[in-house]
Design a protein around this ligand. Structure first.
Ligand SMILES: CC(=O)SCCNC(=O)CCNC(=O)[C@H](O)C(C)(C)COP(=O)(O)OP(=O)(O)OC[C@H]1O[C@@H](n2cnc3c(N)ncnc32)[C@H](O)[C@@H]1OP(=O)(O)O
Ligand SMILES: CC(C)C(=O)C(=O)O
Length: 557
């Protein structure tokens, strides 16, 4: 049995005056991004990345456009240490990029970190200690003063070593487990650290407020961040950074609200990899801004490539429904969604719209390297005529009349339902071809000739069935009418030619091909459909008519 009494609120809301962020309704500019894929992401992997994998992943992060990258925890392992040395010794840190490393506030670990970073053209030394109630009581078993001293001593040592070691260093401090800490105490520790580091115009210090474990709803964190932003000393020389995790599934919301609350910088990972439920997903954050017209200053124009690289290097899998990046996030299987999307896409093309507002598709899939054909309209038993018809038209050029679309869509849905599978576009085409197009499984025409007589058309036509040919003559007010009259006379069938449409299909070789669609209605109201294609319009009509008739005599598709 679950027992909720085992749990209580373990976080510390700030006074209600710190809620000015509520008045803002969108993020106006991209924050400073810092990727922590290669540290927080890496430390949470079943098998942390090898040196080669880290090098490959580092290049991907540079391609995306990160200017700050936490590349590792050099004191953790030989691989982590060597990775730093490889970057520095081989001049692999571009001029506009700063690498960042993490260290505990323990002397030998800080020293090892500086050894790894020696000679770095630009590096952030990120030191942390946990300040939360739970960790003070259970892990460190120390008083508030003693915990503050760990941070202050850490700050003194990194400052000293930065002056002694060759290299260009900045500092970042994280009151780890900030979300389980009394905000007044977190502020006291951060200000004590800042007093040691003495931020200035030339010495900008990063204070990072981690949601080490997500404990509250996002608005509580936002107000805590606003409180810190307003009360931190040296604020103009401090970059206020966020580092949300996702335990309650609201890491993105935490970050967005905290940015409204005054934060300047975000640490996160691609696809939200990281401890437990992950770090905040930078792709979602950046693309959310993008979808509001804000340039995120990161390049996600080739998302499929990023997914491949990520899966290869981390051995993780991008969830099919991961925002923006998942395989299914632009896919619509369900009829009403497909119908609206198909109409929206047509409306967009017809009105030559620049602004994107297609129903159900929050951004243009093409912006991030996805396609409309393969990604958007997908066919299964939940699909409808709007979507299936659109797919057939967009992919293969067949624009069926509305009632025929409906008939065709039920055919596709039934097959998908009974075979219990998705139908790929080529399977949808096959169903169309096998059931409607140029059918010869019954009556065929082997020859015909027209003669014009004032308003009437006369036809001499040869029908064939089961190898037996029959010549007929008939007339009508047009060529199709004449052929139809000949067919009725030949077969004796009772029906009405109820629907006839036709269009040209471009792009099939050098000649334009005509596509015709015919619906025959029997007395009982049942409809039978056929389609015909030919470079000769009359032949296309004839094939459509015979296809519909052949469907009628076999009792339907
Ligand atoms: C929230 C985060 O993600 S923080 C980053 C976490 N990442 C990692 O830990 C990955 C890399 N870490 C490692 O490889 C190892 O932990 C190492 C090499 C850094 C240290 O390993 P070890 O020396 O074996 O120590 P371990 O990690 O178990 O630390 C435990 C000790 O460090 C203390 N400690 C832990 N964190 C800190 C800190 N930030 N500052 C000061 N002391 C700390 C603990 O209180 C404990 O002290 P004790 O020995 O008095 O009991
Ligand atoms: C070291 C800090 C920033 C951290 O990773 C966390 O608290 O999650």
């Amino acid at each position: 049995m679950m027992d909720a009494s085992k749990y209580k609120v373990g976080y510390f809301p700030v006074s209600k005056e710190y809620n000015k962020w509520v008045e803002k309704d969108h993020i106006e500019k991209a924050p400073i991004w810092c990727s922590v894929d290669m540290r927080d992401g890496n430390q949470s992997l079943v098998i942390p990345m090898s040196l080669e994998e880290k090098l490959e992943y580092y290049k991907v992060l540079l391609q995306v456009g990160f200017k700050e990258i936490e590349v590792g925890f050099p004191a953790a392992s030989e691989t982590e240490y060597e990775f730093l040395r490889t970057l520095i010794d081989n001049n692999m840190i571009p001029e506009d990029v700063t690498v960042q490393v993490l260290t505990q506030c323990r002397e030998h670990i800080i020293r090892k970190t500086f050894d790894a970073c020696k000679g770095a053209p630009s590096a952030i030394i990120h030191f942390y200690n946990s300040v939360s109630v739970a960790q003070r009581e259970q892990v460190f078993k120390k008083s508030k003063e003693e915990i503050k001293k760990i941070a202050v001593d850490g700050a003194k040592l990194v400052k000293k070593l930065a002056a002694e070691y060759e290299g260009n260093f900045r500092f970042e401090y994280s009151p780890e487990s900030f979300t389980g800490t009394e905000p007044e105490y977190a502020l006291e520790v951060c200000n004590a650290v800042l007093d040691v580091l003495e931020p200035s115009e030339t010495n900008n210090v990063i204070i990072n407020l981690p949601v080490t474990v997500e404990m509250s709803m996002p608005h509580v964190y936002a107000s805590q961040v606003e409180y810190m932003s307003e009360n931190l000393k040296y604020r103009e020389f401090v970059t206020l950074s966020l580092h949300p995790h996702n335990d309650r599934g609201t890491g993105v919301a935490d970050t967005e609200l905290a940015l409204l609350a005054g934060a300047d910088r975000v640490e996160g990972t691609l696809f939200g990899n990281g401890e437990r439920t992950g770090n905040v997903d930078i792709i979602t954050l950046a693309m959310n801004m993008y979808s509001h017209g804000v340039d995120p200053k990161l390049d996600f124009s080739d998302m499929p490539y990023l997914v491949d690289e990520y899966e290869k290097c981390t051995r993780m899998h991008v969830y099919e429904r991961a925002p923006y990046a998942g395989a299914l996030v632009f896919a619509a299987f369900s009829g009403s969604h497909q119908d609206a999307i198909a109409k929206g896409m047509k409306y967009r093309a017809k009105n030559k719209l620049h602004q994107w507002n297609v129903p159900y598709i929050p951004i243009d899939p093409k912006d991030i390297g996805r396609t409309y054909d393969a990604d958007v309209i997908r066919v299964n038993s939940q699909s409808g005529k709007g979507g299936i018809g659109y797919l057939l038209e967009q992919t293969y050029g067949y624009n069926l009349p509305p009632k025929m679309r409906e008939h065709f869509s039920y055919l596709c849905k039934d097959i998908s339902d009974h075979e219990h599978k998705e139908l790929k576009p080529d399977e949808v085409l096959n169903i169309f071809e096998e059931n409607y197009l140029n059918l010869t499984n019954g009556v065929t025409v082997t020859d015909f000739e027209f003669m014009r007589d004032k308003d009437n058309v006369k036809i001499g036509i040869t029908f064939a069935k089961d190898g037996e040919e029959t010549e007929m003559e008939a007339e009508g007010n047009g060529s199709l009418n004449a052929i139809n009259n000949a067919l009725r006379a030949y077969t004796g069938a009772e029906y009405t030619l109820q629907v006839f449409t036709q269009h040209s299909m471009q792009g099939q070789g050098s000649q334009s091909v005509a596509a015709s669609y015919i619906g025959l209605e029997k007395e009982d109201g049942s409809m039978f459909w056929g389609a015909g294609t030919d470079t000769d319009v009359v032949k296309a009509n004839t094939k459509a008519l015979l296809s519909a008739y052949n469907n009628m005599i076999k009792g339907g598709n």
